[in-house]
Write a protein that binds this ligand. Sequence first.
Ligand code: ZN
Length: 323
Amino acid sequence: MTLTIGPLRAEPGRKTRGTIPVDLGITTVEIPLVLVNGSCPGPRIVITGGVHGGEFVGIDAVTRLAGFLEPDEIAGQVVICPVANPPAVYDGRLGKSPLDDVNINRVFPGDKEGGPTERLAAWLFGNVISGADAYADLHSGGIDETLLDFVGYRLTSNEELDGRTRAMAHAVGYERVLYGRNAEGGNSHAAAAREGIPAILVETGQLGERHPDQARNLLDGLYRLLHHLGVIEAPQHVAPVSVPPCDWVWTGSVVSPAGGLWYPDAATGDKVTAGQAIGHVIDPADGSEHKVTATATGQILYGMNGLTVAPGAELAAIAQPGD
Ligand SMILES: [Zn+2]
């Protein structure tokens, strides 16, 4: 079956690379896409990188994957969007778009009549994500965030779907698999889950780092995922999984009680207890101090590295092994 997205098309047995102009109202962006249409039929897998700026490892890994995948070694179709949000990736290098200060991963499935970032989300969701049999979205900690690698997914009210999604999340081979208890919100993988698409989030790397070994680890994870989904044969060169994946659940999020300077007493990776002091925020104007405590018991999976924080900024996300 011909694989078509906008003006790009790939016949069976062909790989097509190109860009598609997307009208965001105030400007037009060029969205890069790689369509790999296998010689044999199979599922359509969609992988996005660069939904956020400043998160480099996923963009690196998925661009390598786009170069390596050959149509005659594939059953099904792989659609790769290495830079889903060019304004955030190239200009701001932040989670929010410099076009309108909107975090695109809070507004999926988007709005065709909305602001520029909502329009971009609507285009990506309608043209790239919606046709998927399985979807993976690649992220890192932001340039001001420390993070332990994990794979995330959301539970829905559909147990059969949740089982397939969980198996995908485990197949990546990362030690921590985090599930959220519902599929609410504007994250791309949550919106996809609400449409019945098995969808995962992979988080790897932090602080704007771009180590080649992290990209290679993620590439291995993507090969494992594609093998699990029946798209490729077991690749010989992929490292075996060293620590078997374990299910974790989010237990709490800690946000800044005020704008000011953040001085953490607990680091990402530390185990904390609900109510424990994990740092303080100091008002640089009057020197007053706001104590910050853990909202839950568990391990800090990602945390704020930046000194300056706005009121409500996420300072730590806490999770623990689940059932
Ligand atoms: Zn992100």
